[in-house]
Unconditional design. Sequence first.
Length: 224
Amino acid sequence: MHIYFLQHHASLGPARLEDWLNGMGHSHNVCHLDEAPPRLADCDALILLDGPQSEDAPALARERKLVERALKGGKPLLGIGLGARLIARALGATVSRGTYPEVGWHPLTLAPESPFDLPERFEAFLWQSRIFGLPEEALPLGATPAGPLQGFAWDAGRVVGLQCHLESTAESAAAMLALSPTAFAASSSPTTHLQAPAAILAEPRRFDRQAALLDRLLAQWLSR
């Protein structure tokens, strides 16, 4: 398969997603924010990466139209962070600021009705302050203590939206944290939801454990 990444910031790249695609023999291209989005006919699936922008940003107008076409045209679609919010909004779900931003490692409990073949409870890396509701006819991934919806699957798993960053490596997480080192400092969020960069990066094996979860999720997504 040929996958197109839509990248919204130079520091927020495909990370381990790229490694997985290469290892599985899939090809890929990256489309940056200042470039025209790809034609759906030029790829077999789309992955929308995270970014610091609002999902309503004027610079994303062409991408929002591309997402709508992909949803209607049967194209496999995966969104992470900002990418997931763009998909959720296109499916009619509400997107808003969350009660508490979440930055760092948090336990995620799989929803009873979740279609994802993942452990019932696992640790995931989060970097988000905005949330989305569950789109109509979608199934939830699961929840963290501060985030009631950490992802969803729609249209039998053809479309997936994720808040959690299973694709992150220690290097990509460090780049994400450097983008907004004080962005959440003045928040009213309990400190349990906001972890210091040093604590987040202290145990690189956490990112390796996430890699196995990412492998399982991507295999399920592309098989559907």
